[in-house]
Design a protein around this ligand. Structure first.
Ligand SMILES: *Cc1c(COP(=O)(O)O)cnc(C)c1O
Length: 386
């Protein structure tokens, strides 16, 4: 039986609470950055357990501001994974630094920590680990390397809200950690992001840089407590969040653990159904982590089946199952090839995963029946192309 309606690859989980809070905000005098943004930051800080949480317009903005605040500049090198989204690499280039890719491991699809040291040079200033799909990177090893070579650790946690590494929340480990509240991410504000850090001077810098580089509390200048007078002390950016976004975020954050659990339940359905199918490779979860399950990356063992990944996606679509691919490795994109001379073959593990990967739908709105529809569609295609 083919599913009647299309199951989208992602879908936000928005309740009446979010809708009501947005309407309240719209009816108030304050719709740009203001009291609700500060409240959301405080709730987020408490949830993560970091000393500071600074809201921004996106995770991309958070990563960029982290690089600026840590003075990554022209001629520097920053180590990261090729198996990530445009944002991770682009922000390095915005600072005129060079993204130096290190291949991933074939178990978690995260940066291979054993390969990092080989790529460190005198110019290396930072490592950006990306917790792919919500599975934390090997942070003990990364933090040790960073300490030994005096490097910053700027975490891309766009997938990893709610994830833990050895009992510690992601967001408490590196110099800074950036989260995404884009529409597809584990919680959403439409667009938005948050940077957490324990370093006061970095938090202060990011706060100033996100709003034009204007001296403290620039957002208050139109309130009764504020003053018309301000000074530009850095050349900053327009990267702030708004109270409309924060109104959504405040209620999304309350549901973060419920939503993560539901993602985990769906992952379990998939794992149970797929683990004994030899044509499939299911994602593994290391014992010492708590997985945020932003993605469920299923791999096709293309040696064992007469269908490639692209065709498999088309066949799923014919059965009304929406999927996606994460990611086209950065080193295969025209800009990165042209600018840094990267080429096909440079990072074989990233390419190997990319050629086989399908991100199945996994989000809290899905019912068990939705998940079973996905399972049946996958099994049907496998039986047809055995
Ligand atoms: C989504 C994503 C980002 C960017 O998040 P935005 O909030 O859209 O800027 C960065 N890194 C990774 C790995 C992502 O998936």
């Amino acid at each position: 039986m083919i599913r009647k309606n299309f199951l989208p690859p992602f879908s936000p989980y928005i309740g009446e609470e979010e809708i009501k809070e947005v309407i309240d905000t719209l009816k108030s005098d304050w719709i740009a950055m203001g009291p609700k943004t500060l409240k959301f930051e405080e709730l987020f800080r408490e949830y993560i357990g970091s000393k500071f949480a600074i809201s921004v317009s996106s995770c991309t903005a958070g990563l960029h501001l982290s690089l600026v605040a840590l003075n990554i500049k022209d001629g520097d090198e920053v180590i990261t994974t090729p198996y990530t989204f445009a944002a991770t690499g682009n922000v390095i280039v915005h600072q005129r630094a060079k993204p130096v890719f290190v291949d991933i491991d074939k178990e978690t699809y995260n940066i291979n920590v054993e390969e990092i040291e080989k790529s460190i040079t005198d110019k290396t200033k930072a490592i950006i680990p990306v917790h792919y799909a919500g599975h934390p990177c090997e942070m003990d090893e990364i933090l040790k390397i960073a300490k030994d070579y005096d490097l910053y650790v700027i975490e891309d946690a766009a997938h990893a809200l709610g994830a833990e590494y050895k009992g510690k929340k992601i967001g408490t480990l590196g110099d800074t950690t950036s989260f995404s509240f884009y529409a597809t991410k584990n919680i959403t504000t439409g667009e938005g992001g948050m940077v957490t850090t324990d370093r006061e001077e970095i938090a202060e810098k990011i706060k100033i840089l996100r709003l034009h580089g204007i001296s403290r509390d620039a957002w208050k200048r139109y309130s009764s407590e504020g003053s018309w007078y301000y000074e530009i002390i850095e050349c900053g950016y327009k990267y702030n969040m708004t109270d409309i976004q924060a109104a959504i975020g405040i209620h999304q954050l309350k549901k973060v653990e419920i939503m993560r659990k539901r993602r985990e339940e769906i992952a379990k359905i998939y794992n149970d159904e797929f683990e004994n199918i030899s044509e499939l490779i299911i994602p593994i979860t290391k014992k010492h982590v708590k997985h945020a399950w932003h993605l469920y990356p299923l791999l096709l063992d293309t040696d064992k089946i007469r269908i490639n990944r692209n065709k498999f996606i088309e066949e799923l679509k014919k059965q009304n199952i929406g999927t996606s691919v994460h990611f086209i490795p950065l080193h295969l994109h025209p800009f990165y090839k042209r600018t840094f001379g990267y080429k096909k073959g440079d990072f074989p593990n990233a390419e190997w995963v990319y050629e086989r990967e399908i991100s199945l739908p996994i989000y809290p709105k899905m019912t068990d029946d939705d998940a079973i529809d996905v399972v049946n569609a996958v099994k049907k295609i496998i039986s047809e192309y055995k």
